[in-house]
Design a protein around this ligand. Structure first.
Ligand code: CS2
Ligand code: MN
Length: 362
């Protein structure tokens, strides 16, 4: 396991590489070319510059989150092959720079969805939260605007204004795509990119749907153990792997997280580990918030999750996922420095305890 933190690049992030370098145990960053649009080829010089900047700070690039997949590929449009070729070229350019982990998702229209980006908790920290009644009251056409209002002036990952400007068009594009078709489009895409992944040993790691069900009537397919195992079997190549995101799979309490980790042994290449606190689990008012990483602050048993990762031989990058906003920090919701640093330390502590217990046979 390698402890990492996500970093959006010096133009976009409120957190610096120097700060990340000082979090104990963090040796790498998960980053991206944040100003590229899905479908575009990543220029070799831009990748090189990013890599050098990270290395100059005493860190390295542990993986990319994300190389986003454009909508033509997801809906299976007639021009998808052209965009798949572009994706392959991007992978080629990353492979040449020795970057061997790529996280992506296959969610229609919206990436992660929350109804609040700064819910105040009893300790005064603020967190991202989801409430079903609030979702039901939102017109999806206004969703992007409402997210933007809550973004502290930052550009939220997956909510790029250029894409969101076409949200009605996007809904129309997906209206005739059902779950089975979406799955087949994903398989088509993966089969096409496997040769370049094999050439450079690039591990693709699909991020689950967040939340783990269909929102606004849009189909979602990567949200359960059965769904992800089906994908693993459909393209049975180690380079077709998984980003295990506890905060996304875990939104659906039917997902048994440690069990899923064990079922996916060998195919988890990247882990996002965070906790959630459920306040209401009735269908009409389903409500959860992103608590601190600590098990007792939320609903998940973080120890069991880390133990399952350790025992299945997980050796990829792990990162604390969204953190709370604490100590008056201002930044991108979910991506401040302080609480993610606390999360990294906590996860490192759990890992060390699990590892030493195993080594000492206790
Ligand atoms: C992330 C996702 O911030 C987040 O919630 O976990 O946006 C994730 O980066 C993408 O879905 C991966 O493609
Ligand atoms: Mn995640």
């Amino acid at each position: 396991m390698e402890m990492t933190m996500r970093w959006y690049g010096s133009k976009f992030d409120t957190v610096t590489l120097k700060q990340i370098r000082q979090v104990p145990g963090v040796t790498g960053v998960i980053t991206t070319l944040y100003d590229t649009t899905p479908g575009e080829v990543w220029a070799p010089e831009k990748i090189r510059t990013l890599k050098e900047e990270v290395q100059a700070a005493g860190l390295h690039i542990s993986g990319i989150e994300s190389v986003n997949v454009c909508d033509s590929i997801k809906v299976g449009d007639s021009d998808r092959d052209k965009y798949i070729d572009n994706y392959i070229q991007t992978l080629e350019n990353l492979g040449k720079e020795d970057i061997r982990l790529v996280c992506y998702n296959f969610m229609p229209v919206f990436d992660w969805t929350r109804t609040e980006l700064a819910r105040v908790r009893p300790d005064g920290s603020t967190v991202l939260a989801y409430n079903q009644k609030a979702i039901d009251a939102i017109d999806p056409a206004n969703m992007a605007a409402s997210m933007e209002k809550m973004s502290n002036g930052t550009i939220l990952p997956g909510w790029e204004p250029e894409r969101m400007a076409k949200v009605k068009e996007l809904f129309a594009m997906y209206s005739s795509v059902d779950g089975e078709q979406l799955f087949q489009h994903l398989v088509y895409f993966l089969k096409a990119i496997m040769p370049v992944c094999n050439k450079y040993d690039i591990k693709m790691a699909i991020h689950p749907d967040d939340p783990a069900w269909s929102v606004f009537g849009l189909t979602r397919i990567i949200n359960s153990e059965a769904g992800i195992l089906r994908l693993m079997a459909a393209v049975d190549d180690v380079h077709n792997g998984v980003t295990f995101c506890s905060g996304s799979y875990g939104t659906n309490l039917e997902n048994d997280l440690p069990h899923m980790i064990r079922a996916l042994k060998g195919r988890i290449h990247f882990a996002h580990v965070r906790n959630l606190k459920f306040n209401d689990i009735s269908r009409e008012n389903y409500d959860f918030e992103e608590s601190a990483h600590l098990s007792s602050d939320g609903t998940f048993d973080m120890y069991e999750m880390v133990k399952a990762l350790y025992e299945t031989g997980f050796d990829g990058p792990i990162r604390p996922d969204h953190g709370r906003m604490i100590w008056d920090e201002k930044g991108m919701p979910g991506y401040g420095l302080y609480d993610r640093a606390l999360g990294a330390c906590y996860l490192n502590g759990l890992w060390e305890a699990v590892e030493k217990s195993h080594q000492r046979g206790v």
